[in-house]
Design a protein. Structure first.
Ligand SMILES: Cc1cc2nc3c(=O)[nH]c(=O)nc-3n(C[C@H](O)[C@H](O)[C@H](O)COP(=O)(O)OP(=O)(O)OC[C@H]3O[C@@H](n4cnc5c(N)ncnc54)[C@H](O)[C@@H]3O)c2cc1C
Length: 581
């Protein structure tokens, strides 16, 4: 972009006092849905595991037209917009990062926009920006269908949009990252003009507000829906993941093949509606619990399953024994809550916890992380929550694999495992339905358990270094070996992940006094040498640098850098300048 065009755009933005802009927001969405001030906005400005920064306001539109008007007001006032859905991202991608931006930041929280429209006889859905995966699952269940993704945070309210905008992965081996080419969104063109783009494949007319109002009310007939305009899921992934001799990872956030408009956009545009495929529910799935002390036995298992099984498994989740133990102790309350009350109440609980954290923080004499400490203490009063056979495997084996297969694939898996473990030193058992459900729930609470550990042991823990990595599909040596220099800085290493996809979450709890950033950079060097890609599925947020393909995708989506600037260590300043001014 030429300097004169940049100057031209800068001169066209309307200077707006903070109070004036907030008054405009209040007119659009109502006073109750605009939050300002540190305490009221804290929950939206702080990430689940990392990330926090300053924001002028948090605005919560109640309709798509309000969302559009809020965005238009932001663009006119030349403020930064950070779109936020459920804010469960782990890399600070939906929260501001510090206060070194050149413009005010406005967080647009879409959590109130929860509608879902089932179309095409149930084989597709159109979701509005706040719809959650859990809600989608409940909507589709009576139709015998299920959503594209199951991720660890489905149970704590992660949204459909967060998944697509992050290319989130999750457990399902068949389906790969959340992806669609069918979206309605707004972008800001190089000349600074706000533009509505309807690539949803639904005829809604040319006027943005009228189109969005129709979309919001679901005023479209099957005849308005066009087919064959683009993919509404990654239809190649099953074939791709089976290619175990390929020298590249199966999936990772910067993979150019999965960056398309809203998909992978990480807030570099504002999406209003996404159209996604749905899938038949797997009934009668079976879970096999596998233990091994030799990593090579799981390597062989993965390669033979992916290359030889006629029925690709539904999922294959890995946990190291240390991750198992931390999840058992520090994820127990979340486990018990989901087990007793289901997933529906969990987002409410997390909101409540946010309010308590806010309240307790006001009293400086109280210990830090009081809510976490109290919940942790209460959880210890409850009896052991894990099935006996699973705990026995924990005592016998260091490496754990939860293999879930469809009813039609159960015999194949059963026969294979019986033969495989005649030779191998590991072992397995077929779970009852309850054991299978609890084994997966235990795996899912691990990411949150690490955060709890840091809170409860804040006196001796510097921080968490969390890596989210994708190994090459042909990688045999998947368990890393760290040099002593790094080992001595680490209190605990937690390895867990999506084993068949070769996507691993490696969380390191760093001892107090060590430089986490320096350690992380050393780990990146080791990963580079192994040909790994990172992040795999949590997206760059403010933790990882965006690789060139991702960076240029962001610049193409958002040439003026008005959406979520700084993501992937890119410039935080207007027009991607190097410095403010
Ligand atoms: C316990 C736990 C387990 C997890 N397990 C997994 C897992 O198994 N797999 C996985 O991939 N992730 C996992 N995650 C990470 C996280 O939940 C996912 O990244 C999720 O998809 C984020 O959804 P969200 O609704 O919270 O989105 P947010 O965090 O609110 O946003 C995510 C990104 O999308 C952008 N965005 C949101 N709405 C819009 C919009 N309307 N327009 C444009 N951009 C938008 C945001 O700006 C941000 O960049 C886990 C997190 C936790 C806490």
């Amino acid at each position: 972009m030429s300097d004169s065009l940049r100057r031209d755009i800068a001169s066209r933005s309307v200077p707006q006092t903070d109070a004036g802009l907030i008054a405009i927001f209040e007119t659009i969405v109502g006073r109750a849905n605009v939050s300002t001030g540190e305490k009221a906005t804290r929950r939206y400005r702080t990430g689940f595991r990392s990330g926090s920064g300053k924001a002028l306001a948090v605005v919560k539109p109640g309709s798509l037209v309000e969302q559009w008007k809020v965005l238009a007001a932001c663009v006119k006032a030349n403020v930064i917009v950070i779109p936020q859905a459920s804010n469960t991202g782990l890399t600070g991608g939906s929260t501001p990062d510090g206060d070194n931006y050149d413009r005010d930041v406005v967080i647009v929280s879409t959590a109130r926009l929860k509608k879902i429209y089932v179309i095409s006889g149930g084989s597709e859905v159109i979701c509005l920006p706040g719809a959650t995966l859990d809600q989608l699952e409940r909507t589709l269940k009576p139709l015998g269908r299920e959503p594209h993704s199951v991720i660890g945070s489905s149970c704590i309210g992660a949204s459909v949009f967060g998944g697509v905008c992050n290319n989130s992965g999750g457990t399902l081996v068949h389906r790969g990252p959340a992806y669609t080419e069918l979206a309605a969104f707004a972008r800001v063109d190089p000349d600074g003009a706000l533009r509505f783009v309807n690539h949803l494949g639904v005829c809604l007319g040319d006027q943005p507000e009228a189109a969005l109002a129709r979309l919001d009310r679901g005023e479209f007939a099957e005849g308005d829906i066009q087919h064959g305009l683009g993919a509404a899921s990654d239809t190649n992934y099953a074939r791709h993941v089976r290619d175990i001799d390929a020298d590249t990872p199966a999936r990772y956030n910067a993979d150019p093949q999965r960056l398309y408009e809203a998909s992978g956009s990480a807030g570099k545009l504002m999406a209003f509606a996404l159209r996604l495929d749905t899938f038949p529910i797997e009934t009668g799935a079976k879970v096999f619990y596998i233990g091994a002390n030799r990593p090579s036995e799981l390597t062989g298992l993965r390669r033979q399953i992916l290359s030889g099984f006629a029925h690709l498994p539904i999922s294959g989740e890995y946990m190291h024994r240390d991750a198992f133990n931390i999840a058992e102790k520090y994820g127990k309350d979340t486990f018990l809550m989901i087990d007793r009350f289901g997933t529906r109440r969990l987002p409410t609980f997390f909101n409540l916890k946010g309010s308590w954290d806010n309240l307790f923080e006001r009293f400086g004499f109280l210990p830090a992380h009081l809510t976490d400490r109290v919940l942790q203490a209460i959880s210890l009063l409850f009896r052991s929550h894990l099935p006996t056979r699973i705990k026995e495997f924990r005592d016998r084996f260091e490496h754990h694999l939860l293999l879930k297969v469809s009813a039609s694939g159960a015999d194949e898996a059963r026969d294979f495992l019986a033969r495989y473990f005649e030779q191998a030193s590991g072992d397995y058992f077929e779970c009852s339905d309850e054991e299978g459900r609890k084994a997966f729930l235990h795996r899912f609470v691990t990411a949150g358990a690490v955060v709890r550990y840091r809170a409860v042991h804040s006196a001796r823990v510097e921080d968490i270094v969390a890596l989210d990595i994708a190994l090459r599909r042909n990688e045999l040596d998947w368990l890393e070996h760290l040099p002593d220099e790094l080992e001595q800085a680490i209190e605990l290493k937690l390895y867990y992940g999506h084993f068949l996809c070769h996507v691993f979450h490696q969380d390191y709890i760093i001892k107090r006094g060590y430089d986490c950033l320096e350690l992380e950079h050393k780990m990146w060097n080791l990963l580079d040498k192994r040909g790994a890609e990172y992040p795999a599925e949590h997206n760059v947020g403010h933790l990882y640098p965006a690789k060139p393909a991702l960076k240029s995708f962001y610049e193409k989506l958002d040439p003026c850098n008005c959406f979520n600037p700084g993501i992937g260590h890119t410039s935080k300043f207007a027009m991607y300048r190097d410095a403010e001014g």
